[in-house]
Design a binder for this molecule. Sequence first.
Ligand code: ZN
Length: 460
Amino acid sequence: MHPGEVRIYTCGPTVYDFAHIGNFRTFVFQDVLRRFLRARGLRVMQVMNLTDVDDRIIQNAAAAGVSIREYTEKFVEAFLADMDSLHLERPEEIVRATDHIEDMVTLIERLQKKGMTYTSDGSIYFRIATFPEYGKLSKIDLGGMKAGARVDTDRYEKDDARDFALWKAPKPGEHFWETRIGPGRPGWHIECSAMSMKYLGDTLDIHTGGVDLAFPHHENEIAQSEGATGHKFVRLWLHAEHLIIDGEKMSKSLGNFFTLRDLFAKGRKPSTIRYMLLSVPYRRQLNFTADGLTQAENSVERLRNFYARLKSEKFGDGSNPEIGKRAAQAEADFDAGLADDLNTALALAAVFDLVRDVNTAMDRGEFLQQDAPRVVAAMEKFDTILVLLNDDDAERLGALGFGPAKPRMGAAEVEALIEERNAAKKRRDFKRSDEIRQQLTDSGIIVEDTKDGTVRWKYK
Ligand SMILES: [Zn+2]
């Protein structure tokens, strides 16, 4: 839409828990996308939301006796730290739903003025019948749908297309906002329409998310946005396919549900997981297995060893023009692979073909000292997108409180620090108490201040 710039909206996490590796598959794909667009000389303006209000968050926060912000804050921090561990670039804007209630109210008012909504028991619904194109993204069949049938939950199945809630009336004991359209809280879908258009304009270049968001979430975003503006909402939808574990759907009940930190705790490295998640093109299902992880780790090792060999080994004097040509070919193949709908498998094949050919040339004495900088340059070019060459796994793990880089703090030391923090609080030295809290957080200790004044803690 805008010369030299790509505007992207990304559905971010619901911050009620740690994100799982299926979520991170989508976030790694988005990282490759933005890095590739930049490598092609485009400016990227990416907005990602944090869903920090939904049914589960409201329930969990109420059960814990804390505010929504307090409840979600630790998961926001964990998510950003997890992103850093995988070298995922931060989008230009990371925005919270609860900071944009006014924008959502305004958008709902626009839909009300156009007669696309109705109110029932204090909740406001989008009337699908007023948007004849409804279903165009996910190609659902609305034949069996009863006009006026509606749904309150934000997540529902494809054969259950219904008028959906834009604004939900408060239930007793629930947190709500007092607004021009009445008391209540937003539905999940309206937040993405309101925030994407606020930061990126009525029409976005690219909207990304996991494939499970296509219906109902993205279908509803289209209805809300195009219903309000009369303009096309999104030019390109990119949906990452599912991640499955050992051929099965990941689920808590099957016991094959992993957060990133579960894998780190099992000794897996950030670079291994980044490699594994990016190696399968986003439109293909990714089967996550222990063997696959081991292969991924070996592949990263191979790249790092090759890079080290290029930089440290001494070769014969002179240069071999064939090597320069070979490197240029690999760069062209890498770029062509990514240009083919982000086919990362093709792009990686180009890299490993170069590694193999150059290793062979080195072994045969056909690789000369002046060839090294050219191949180093190619590897570093690939790495602006892959981000695997620098061996910083220990450091990344240490930052999350894992691994030998930072031995786990002993219980006695934790208790002593908590006592010191209590004492600091008592004498109103909040600077010191905050420092101690930060020190504990950095050491992988989760501290919970309960209502009755006692302090609970546990290892992350
Ligand atoms: Zn969304």
